[in-house]
Design a protein around this ligand. Sequence first.
Ligand SMILES: Nc1nc2c(c(=O)[nH]1)N[C@H]1C(S)=C(S)[C@@H](COP(=O)(O)O)O[C@H]1N2
Ligand SMILES: [Mo]
Length: 406
Amino acid sequence: MQRPDPQKITEALAARFSSPTRSTRLTVVLGRWLAVSFTICFVTGLFSHGLQNPPSWMFFPTSPVWIYQLSQGLHVTSGIASIPLLLAKLWSVYPELLRWPLVKSIPHALERASIALFIASSLLQLTTGLINTYKWYPWPFPFRETHYWLAWVIWGSLLLHIAVKLPAIMTNWNGRAVRLTELQDAGSGSPAAGTEASSIAGVTGAAPGRWSRRAFLAGVGVTTGAVVLTTAGQSFSWLSPLNLFAPRVMGTGPQSVPVNRTATEAKVADLATSAHWSLEVTYQGSSTTFSLAELRALPQHEQELPIACVEGWSQMARWRGVRIRDLLSAVGAPHASVLRVTSLEPQGPYRLMSMPAEYVQDERTLVALELNGAVLDVEHGYPARIIAPGRPGVLQTKWLHTVEVL
Ligand SMILES: Nc1nc2c(c(=O)[nH]1)N[C@H]1C(S)=C(S)[C@@H](COP(=O)(O)O)O[C@H]1N2
Ligand SMILES: [Mo]
């Protein structure tokens, strides 16, 4: 019995997987596209995380009012675009991953470990992110924290990977240079093959493999474009007619605005519709309550502001209600205050919300009583909800209970 020779297996595998579309140049081009989508995803993700978990130096932009709508739309869209790009890149390199011996040296081991970590964390990040936008949370861990830390793992392993691969990236960065090398390589092969290859090259001015690489890249580009165009309509209204696969559709739901969590799911339906409801505002140890009639008697203001969910969907709407800063004036509190807002919701992550002074001072921040020209539907937060410019949907608290001035 002969023992299998690892070298032979490697060669057999290489022959089995060899394809003109698999080349370092292809991998580099796909890597560049991925670098763009991952960078957009990372930067917008950090912004979203910062708004929800603010570090002490955080700056809170309230203008333009759609800043979070845009940033989170880009986040989810670039994440979706990364899926076909990452799969194509994996396809272009996976024979490499099977190469023997598995580990040749310490730098080689580091390189392999960084790639393994990068692939595993990216796949986990993109799939859980996608599943999350479909309102499905089949995991026991807290999504946002995990998503945040995985992003750092991805970038750490990616930078290591890029550092190791820098020579290959540099030689394959420029398409012209790559074509020249391919021509030379073709010319120096066996005489027959060489003549054939150089005569083809002479006629078309291109090396064999270049066209199939182009076709492959075009296929990946079209696929990526298609998934973006058929989902981005959940975030960008001008793409809304093409929205085939995204989970939320603009203009649907009560008062033509989608709902993430209903009053029944939040167990607030009874409390919210009670005739005894009032909003309690506390400042320096004393508390003032406002009935719905009293809130309606205060000056009412109208504002066009978006609901922009962290899960990607967003929608502009017309809100009407009391300016939060007018409410503070009514209890004698300064406008430059930080607030702690609670919902009637008995429990859940969105019961408590804190509002930095930037939003409190902004005249567009409302305690909204109406939406799109009618009294707020209970699903949208009746009797009163917060709507502030440029904030994630999770911070636009529905079914208000108390406002504490800190
Ligand atoms: N009290 C409370 N407020 C809440 C929520 C919630 O579950 N409970 N959901 C938030 C989320 S995730 C979003 S995206 C917006 C959605 O607002 P809408 O249902 O009016 O469209 O409300 C936010 N306000
Ligand atoms: Mo949301």
